[in-house]
Ligand binder design. Structure first.
Ligand code: UDP
Ligand code: MG
Length: 319
């Protein structure tokens, strides 16, 4: 893998990191919009596209663009490693004083980047993250499951992940250097952004619809993303097993005393096929569930111990 701490070059003022996965419909518009809206940074800008193993002609488009404009830098990963890995690849290759992360589908408006940088400089802080006031084009189910997930992770972990934020943020290079030092391969970037600390401020904006194409995240991917977030930042699910185990044993103990007393004092015959079957199934379910939770942690520990790199680079252009 690349040496993580590449030399930071002061001449680049702003580095823009854009992960790309099958975005042939959006890349060009994204590039032109950024050019247009960030005209003021024209000569001090670098745009780093990270192709996350696209199977459409995104690669071709990126190669053409990077030939026309050498401020465009491309990293082609050898397969689809996921957005979190693609973003890490970008983070490891930036040279700018400020770094912005933005999606290729222009859901996050590039025109507000100058105001975000201004906010960052005015408040003398290190990160300005976007907070979505509106989320156009996202279904009710996606919004409500996402709300529940962040509420849950907020309650369970010590780190604070601001509500309604995505990956759209401006950071200074100190934050980037801290992120590069993080060794884990199981990456939940939103959590890591909070974990590194520094002075962070929110910036409200309206999130648009995708300009073209479809979201690359189905519910199964989102579910795994949620598991990643929880297992990366809290051990509480493991502890819950202990407490539930204790509580159920205690309740079972009380119930057995009750039935024994009934048997010896009233002489009641002990019956209850239904109670038996229900309690066996209930306990079986709980045990399997916690075995599963244990497995989630164990599996991640296993992956982490292999120390495989986060991503594999096939080719780089202008870097
Ligand atoms: N993306 C990626 N790898 C993936 C999935 C997505 O690099 O495996 C990129 C995608 O090309 C886009 C960004 O991540 O630039 C956000 O993806 P998308 O718009 O599909 O997510 P949503 O906005 O629906 O959460
Ligand atoms: Mg999107």
């Amino acid at each position: 893998m690349e040496k993580k701490l590449s030399k930071i070059n002061e001449e680049v003022f702003l580095s823009i990191i854009i992960p790309v996965f099958n975005e042939n419909e959006t890349i060009k518009t994204c590039y032109h919009e950024i050019n247009k809206k960030l005209e003021i940074y024209k000569s001090v800008l670098e745009i780093i596209f990270i192709d996350d193993g696209s199977s459409d002609n995104s690669v071709q488009i990126l190669k053409e663009l990077s030939q026309e404009d050498n401020r465009i830098k491309c990293i082609f990963l050898s397969r689809n490693f996921g957005k979190e890995a693609a973003m890490s690849a970008g983070i490891n290759h930036t040279n700018g004083k400020y770094i912005v992360q933005i999606d290729c589908d222009l859901q996050d408006p590039p025109e507000i980047i100058p105001s975000m940088i201004e906010t960052l400089e005015k408040n003398n802080c290190d990160v300005v993250y976007g907070i979505r006031t509106e989320r156009a084009g996202e279904s009710f189910v996606k919004r409500s499951t996402s709300y529940l997930f962040y509420k849950l992770i907020d309650k369970m972990s010590h780190i604070e992940i601001p509500r309604n934020t995505g990956d759209f943020r401006v950071m200074n290079k100190q934050v980037i250097l801290a992120l590069r030092e993080l060794p884990e391969t199981q990456r939940f970037m939103k959590g890591l952004f909070s974990w590194v600390g520094f002075k962070q401020i929110g910036f409200y904006y309206k999130r648009n619809k995708r300009i073209a194409g479809k979201t690359k995240f189905n519910y199964y991917k989102l579910w795994n993303f949620a598991l990643e977030g929880i297992t990366s930042f809290t051990n509480i699910p493991l502890k819950v097993a202990t407490y539930i185990g204790f509580s159920i044993s205690f309740i079972a103990f009380l119930i057995s005393i009750f039935y024994l007393a009934k048997y010896f004092i009233i002489g009641d015959k002990i019956q209850g096929f239904l109670t038996l079957i229900v309690s066996i199934l209930f306990m079986g379910g709980i045990q399997l569930m916690f075995l599963g939770i244990l497995g989630e942690y164990l599996g991640r520990t296993y992956l982490e111990t292999k120390r495989r790199p986060l991503y594999v680079i096939k080719e780089k252009i202008n870097l």
